[in-house]
Design a protein around this ligand. Structure first.
Ligand SMILES: [Fe+2]
Length: 322
């Protein structure tokens, strides 16, 4: 009972003061991180977009990077046609509508090297903004397929059971030192079910106008501020999914969306040198970074209690670069 009241109060205060449905203590953390630790370089347009809207279009992934993933992970059967059965074992199917592809260890280092080179400038700008080193926390290659009973998804109230791939509007329950990147592994058109995201100011409007209570309960009406992340193969989006309402689009019949998701976290540790720490967690434990489930690394930005949230902030403060 007390927990319920606390959660409700937490949510009401968050929406009223910060304009998003994330936890109140996380929003407090975000406020202080932004005010005390962040270094906002106003000359960088991408960082300006991140601060103002909560997302920005990143650099384009190289053709070599996309080909590596398409040929060796998604279209494996094209390379080894005899082993289609193996291909089947090699991916996890969630109700057959959401496929997570396993990434063979032999390709993992190459993928990380591509991320380091292709997005070098974006990642450097982010590190300077967050004023702490950044590492990859999780990498997932996924395919979203059309869902049955499309009308169901327009209902006011829906159950979690039918949310197959984060296709209800939500924010990710982490603090804002958790950042997601979406890389198009194909040309993504409207009918392929692109990511839908609202900027930070539009998130506030969405909550009010659509009577947003939680991800299962709101009026399903898109508003003017919606950003639909369609685009060409290789195009990318960095997003603060902890403060912007977002959902996966649902592909139309005979369409799908192949996407590479990368979660980055700001590392709550002090380093003496200025090299890249992008593979920091991958070096510690590969299984965690490449797993299909939310990993321990990602959970570093999900403190449980108020005290843990404060301690995390303290760590970031002590480790900040300047
Ligand atoms: Fe999400």
């Amino acid at each position: 009972m007390i927990k319920k009241i606390y959660e409700k109060l937490n949510n009401i205060l968050s929406v009223y003061i910060f304009g998003n449905p994330n936890r109140f203590n996380y929003n407090i953390f975000n406020f202080f991180y932004r005010t005390i630790i962040c270094k906002n370089n106003k000359k960088n347009e991408k960082i300006n977009d991140l601060v103002k809207n909560g997302y920005f279009k990143g650099s384009k992934a190289s053709k070599e990077f996309i080909d590596l993933i398409r040929e060796n992970i998604i279209n494996k059967k094209d390379i080894d046609k005899k082993t289609t059965e193996f291909l089947h074992q090699d991916k996890i199917e969630n109700k057959k509508k959401n496929i997570a592809f396993n990434v063979d260890p032999s390709f993992r280092n190459k993928i990380i090297e591509f991320i380091k080179t292709d997005f070098k400038d974006d990642l450097l700008a982010l590190e300077n903004y967050y004023n702490n080193k950044i590492s990859i926390a999780q990498i997932q290659v996924k395919r979203n397929l059309p869902l049955e009973n499309k009308e169901y998804y327009n209902k006011y109230a829906r159950t979690k059971e039918f949310e197959i791939y984060s296709n209800y509007y939500h924010v990710d329950f982490y603090v804002n030192t958790h950042l997601k990147m979406f890389i198009n592994l194909q040309d993504v058109k409207k009918e392929d079910g692109p990511l839908h995201i609202y900027s930070k100011p539009s998130t506030r409007k969405f909550i009010k106008k659509n009577k947003y209570k939680n991800r299962n309960n709101y009026q399903c009406k898109e508003l003017d501020g919606l950003y639909v992340n369609s685009g060409m193969v290789g195009e990318t989006l960095f997003a603060n999914t902890t403060e912007c309402l977002h959902r996966a689009g649902i592909p139309e019949e005979n369409h799908h969306r192949d996407i590479l998701f990368i979660s980055f976290i700001v590392i709550p540790e002090k380093f003496d040198n200025n090299k890249s720490f992008l593979d920091y967690y991958d070096k510690l434990d590969q299984n965690v970074v490449w797993s299909h489930n939310n990993s321990n690394v990602v959970f570093k930005t999900k403190p449980k209690r108020l005290k843990d949230t404060f301690n995390l902030f303290k760590k970031y403060y002590v480790s900040k670069m300047i």
